[in-house]
Design a binder for this molecule. Structure first.
Ligand code: AMP
Ligand code: ZN
Length: 113
């Protein structure tokens, strides 16, 4: 499948990896929207959160705990951070392989644009 995040997870495209385990890879976003901007990407391909199902419950929970761990490691846990999933074109998704953004290191605004 011609999917950039599958290729990153498979090591065919280089990336700046900050964390990896059997299920996930976490990389620095190539176009950071905050001082800390990490993408948490499951190794298995799922198009979007809309395509996730009961079998993905453990994975989705794992993503959140890894995000919290990475926030602590990148010294943004105390000041606060945000985890974002953009789902679908109208939701701002541009890469159709499910992933979560960890954003931190600056004051977050609400509501997001
Ligand atoms: P989204 O718009 O939610 O689908 O997020 C996709 C994110 O992937 C954007 O923030 C891009 O900057 C980021 N991105 C795209 N290509 C790469 C890449 N090769 N390495 C790291 N981040 C990337
Ligand atoms: Zn993929």
């Amino acid at each position: 499948m011609d999917c950039i995040f599958c290729k990153i997870a498979g090591g065919q495209i280089p990336s700046s990896i900050v964390y990896e385990d059997a299920e996930l890879i976490a990389i620095k976003d190539i176009n950071p929207a905050a001082p800390v901007h990490i993408l948490i990407i499951p190794k298995a391909h799922i198009d979007s959160l809309d395509q996730a199902s009961e079998k993905d419950i453990q994975l989705l929970g794992h993503i959140q705990l890894v995000a919290a761990q990475l926030a602590r490691e990148h010294k943004t846990a105390e000041s606060g951070y945000r985890i974002v999933n953009n789902c679908g074109e109208g939701g701002g998704q541009s890469v159709f392989h499910v992933h979560y953004h960890l954003l931190g290191g600056r004051e977050m605004q609400w509501p997001p644009g």
